[in-house]
Design a protein around this ligand. Structure first.
Ligand code: IPM
Ligand code: MG
Length: 368
């Protein structure tokens, strides 16, 4: 049986290294669980620029539109810092998000018990933490017009525009409420309605969607700056947080660090359902391309592996297999395995990227 199609875009820096471990996991599911994926691979980011002169070729964009799930490693690196803005590696990723209309970006921040001491916060603040940030991903200041650097009164002015329509706010709010119903049934919406009209509209629309369609879910509103503060003060007060593109970018990095390492956190970016009922979807680790450790076997493959677990859950309707993979990750961490980003405990020697992958595969075997 064909379970579905996956396009792998390893990208730059540590992207290819962590993705190699994901490929082993995908193969394991084929061999041992009868999930057969049709896997293809292509270029994105600087790797695509080197070949095509742009960070995402049109053929790759087309392929991405036609698969059940895109898995992306990471984009960017110092080699590309001086490129023109329009062809920077990041533009490849932003094009995928925009053209696939992946408006709901799910960024879970979960603290594995074995790693609670790696957080910069006290163990009791983060132990057991399990929150989900839903970031709007295809609008707001990332894409609003006008934008650019212009001449005005003899000097330059840089302009970006925060812009949200009611329907853009409503659809991401619905994603957040739907998720909340399957979790702790609580949504906190964050904006800055005290200074931004787009924030006033955001708050109004989220409240309206709630009252009309999700009155059973507990809804609160918070200014995004206070939200950042509350996230570091007592993060366990939150279940699902829904927020705009830029605030979501910031707040999800904050939430990520609560859990100890950026190397642990996956994400899913979901759009509207396709003809086969599955949502348009792209899965990627929250971490970047980490050029400082590229090619040294030091990268932590867990964020990318957990992103594949999210693909199993949200694209392939394999929630049980996603649970299995997450449990395997939890097991190797509990056994004390640490990649180089997770050092500091007495007498612990780091394992390499591929040793971590091998250990997770062994834990998967043991789960059968
Ligand atoms: C993220 C990243 C991206 C963003 C960059 C790489 C364009 O920071 O996914 O959080 O700003 O959205
Ligand atoms: Mg970011």
């Amino acid at each position: 049986m064909n379970t579905g199609s996956i396009l792998i875009l390893p990208g730059d820096g540590i992207g290819p290294e962590v993705m190699a471990e994901v490929r082993r996991i995908i193969d394991w599911y084929g061999d041992k669980r009868g999930l057969s994926f049709e896997v293809s691979e292509d270029l994105v980011g600087g790797a695509a620029y080197d070949v095509h002169g742009k960070p995402l070729a049109d053929e790759t964009m087309e392929k991405a539109q036609g698969v059940d799930a895109v898995l992306l490693g990471a984009v960017g690196g110092p080699k590309y810092d001086d490129l023109d803005f329009s062809v920077k590696p990041e533009r490849g990723l932003l094009r995928l998000r925009k053209e696939m209309d992946l408006f709901a970006n799910l960024r879970p921040a979960q603290c594995f018990d074995a790693l609670a001491d790696f957080s910069s916060l006290k163990r009791e603040v983060v132990a057991g933490l399990d929150i989900m940030i839903v970031r709007e991903l295809t609008s707001g200041v990332y894409f609003g017009e006008p934008r650019g650097i212009f001449e005005e009164n003899g000097e330059r002015v840089g302009i970006n525009t925060q812009r949200y329509t009611e329907s853009e706010i409503a659809r991401v709010a619905r994603s957040a409420f739907e998720l909340a119903r399957k979790r702790g049934n609580k949504v906190c919406s964050m904006e800055k309605a005290n200074v931004m009209e787009s924030g006033i509209l955001w708050r109004e629309v989220v409240q309206k969607v709630h009252d009309a369609e999700y009155p059973d879910v507990e809804l609160s509103h918070m200014y995004a700056d206070a939200g950042g503060m509350q996230l570091t003060r007592w993060p366990k007060q939150f279940d699902v947080i829904v927020t705009d593109n830029l605030f979501g970018d910031l707040l999800s990095d904050v939430a990520a660090m609560l859990t100890g390492s950026l190397g642990m956190l996956p994400s899913a970016s979901l759009g509207a359902p396709m003809e086969n009922g599955r949502p348009k979807a792209l899965y990627e680790p929250v971490h970047g391309s980490a050029p400082d450790i590229t090619g040294q076997g030091k990268a932590n493959p867990i964020a990318c592996i957990l992103s594949f677990a999210m693909a199993l859950r949200y694209s392939f309707d394999q929630g049980g297999e996603a649970d299995r993979l997450e449990a395997a990750v939890e097991k190797v961490l509990a056994d004390g395995l640490r990649t180089a980003d997770l050092l500091g405990e007495d007498g612990v020697q780091p394992v390499s990227t591929s040793e971590m992958g091998t250990a997770i595969l062994a834990a998967l075997d043991a789960s059968l």
